[in-house]
Design a protein around this ligand. Structure first.
Ligand code: SF4
Length: 158
């Protein structure tokens, strides 16, 4: 894995769910798993976040919220769908108010399986997200260099 430029910050949003995966995400923050020792911070502000961790499926009410959080996050960013509800709608897929998994609304980079997703799987998903985030940062840097105007040594005379 690459070295990271900065500690990754995460924002967690729980869509419509049974809260099972939500509790497992919180378990990652407790002393037993303690993701903060890896420099990972759970922030409440999308403008400070690099990784969006979503549990639960998308419904009519949560759709605009998820879209807004995603749009407010600075580029590059990574989205992790945690649990089968976030991945596909899960057991709620055929409910009258279900839009589907998170990818029905925003692009998802990493899917974490499980019902509920175990803390070890969630942490594994986050580690994959860190690697992807670093790759996206490098790609963005390369793109920026490619479109930057080349300095001209000669100033054209009128
Ligand atoms: S995947 Fe399972 S545990 Fe997680 S929110 Fe859905 S039903 Fe609950």
């Amino acid at each position: 894995m690459n070295l990271f430029r900065k500690s990754p910050w995460i924002i967690h949003y729980d869509g419509a769910s049974c809260n099972g995966c939500d509790i497992e995400v919180l378990a990652c923050l407790t002393p037993r798993y303690d993701v903060e020792r890896l420099g990972i911070i759970n922030t409440g502000n999308p403008k400070h976040a690099d990784i969006l961790l979503i549990t639960g499926y998308i419904n009519e009410q949560s759709q605009p919220v998820v879209r807004t959080i995603y749009e407010q996050m600075p580029d590059p960013k990574v989205v992790v769908a945690v649990g089968i509800c976030a991945s596909s709608g899960g057991i709620f897929r055929d409910c009258y108010n279900t839009k589907g998994g998170v990818d029905s609304t925003i692009p998802v980079d990493i899917y974490v399986p499980g019902c509920a997703a175990r803390p070890e799987s969630i942490m594994d998903g986050v580690v994959q997200a860190l690697d992807l985030l670093e790759r996206k940062r490098k790609e963005k840097k390369t793109r920026r260099r490619a479109i930057a105007p080349t300095p001209t040594s000669e100033v054209p005379t009128p």
